[in-house]
Design a binder for this molecule. Sequence first.
Ligand code: HEC
Ligand code: HEC
Length: 363
Amino acid sequence: MRFKAIAIFLMSGMALFTAFYWMTDGARRESEFRAQQTELIELGTLYFGPDEIIHTVTVSSAGFEPAVIEIEINASINFTNTLGADITLRGTGSHPFEAEVKAGKQAKTRFQSDGVTSVTADGVAGTLEVTSGPEFLSPLGANCARCHGADGTGGVTPLGNQAPNLHSRALANKWKDTGGEVANIDDGAPPVLNNYVNWAIRYGGIVVSGNAKSEMPAWGAEGGLTLNQIDALTALVGTWANETLQQPVEGIPDTVEAGKQVYVDAGCVNCHQADYSGVAGTFPSLLNIGNEPVIDLPNPISGLDKLQADYAANSRTFLEMWIRDSATNYNGGTATGMLPYPEGSLSADALKALITFLLSLKQ
Ligand code: HEC
Ligand code: HEC
C-alpha cells in the first residue's frame, strides 16, 4: 500500500515535470535564439567598424569596451580578449610593448610604470592601441565602414567607386528571396545565414555584379575573415534588411532626380559607374542612351536587330524590357552580363523613374 502510494507520487511528479518542461521549452529556446542573435549582431557591429572601435582603446580603472581591462597601481594589465579574434595588444611610449592575446583568453601584461608614456603610473588613464589579428592587419582590413559608411548607408571606396547602401530595399529583397528572413523564432531554429548577404560577403563583388575586379573583397578568401565572423556580419546586415522590409514602400516620383537615385540604389552604378561612362570593353557607357541604344555590345547578342527596332519604336519600352531581363528578351535566354531586375528587386515606379533619368542622358 505504502509502496503503491510512493509510486503514484513519483509518477505524477515525473508527469508534472515533463509537462512543465514541455510548456517552457519554447520560451527557453526562444530566449536562447535571441541571445545567440544578439551576440552575433554585436560581433558583426564590431567587425563592421569603423576601425577606431577596434584599434584604439582608452584605458581606465573601470575597464573599457569591448575588451575588459584592469590596471593596477604597479601597472600590469589583465586583459580579456572578447573580440572574437586573436589580437595584438600594444602600448606605445619609451618602452613599447606588444602582447599576443588569443581570442577568449586572458593575458596579463606587465610594463614599467614610467615606460609607457601614454599610461600613467597610478594606472587610471591612458591610451593603448589594440590591433587585431591577421584579418584586420591584412591590407584589406575588415572595417566595412570605410567603404559602406559607419552606419552602412553607403559611401565611396578608396578607388572612387560607389559602395552600396546596405539598408536598400533591393538588397533586402535579395536577402529575403534567398531565404534570409529571420527564421520563425517559435520553432527555435537558428537564424538562416546561408543567404545572398552571406554569399556577397564571403565571395565578394563577383556575386554582386559579376565584376571580378570589384572592390568588394571576397572576405572568405583574401579578406581573411572566418566563417563565424562572416555569419556575424550576415546577421548584422540581415537585421538591417529586416528593418527595411518592415517599412512601408514609398512611392518613387517619376522625375529625373528620383531616377538618378534609383540608378545608385539599384546598383547600376556598380557596373556602369558613377559618371555613366561604364568600363571600356566590359560595361557599356550610358552617356548617350537617351539618343540611341548601345549596339557595339561587349557581349554580342542574338537579338540585336530586335533591340534596334524596339528602341526606334519606343525607347521607354525597350529599356523596360532590357532592364527587366536582357537575356530572355534579347539574347535567346543566354546571359548578357547584365543581371535581370525583376519586380522584387526593382519596383515598377522605381523602374519608371530610372528610365526617365536614362532617357535624359544625351551627348
Ligand atoms: C574596399 C571597399 C569595400 C569594403 C571594405 C567592403 N565593401 Fe562591401 N561592397 C563594396 C562595393 C564596391 C560593392 C558593390 C560590389 C559590386 O557591385 O561589384 C559592395 C557590395 C556589398 C554587398 C552587396 C550589396 C548589394 O546591394 O547587393 C554587401 C552585402 C557588402 N558589400 C557587405 C560588406 C561587408 C559586410 C563588408 C565588411 C566585411 C564590406 N562589404 C566591405 C565595397 C566594399
Ligand atoms: C553586373 C553589372 C551590371 C549591372 C549591375 C547593370 N548592368 Fe547594364 N549592362 C551590363 C553589361 C555587361 C551590359 C552589356 C551587355 C552585353 O554586352 O550584351 C549592359 C548593358 C546595359 C545597357 C545597354 C543596352 C543597349 O544595348 O542599349 C543599358 C541601357 C543598361 N545596361 C542599363 C542598366 C541599368 C539601368 C542598370 C541598373 C538597373 C544596369 N544596367 C545594371 C552590366 C550591368
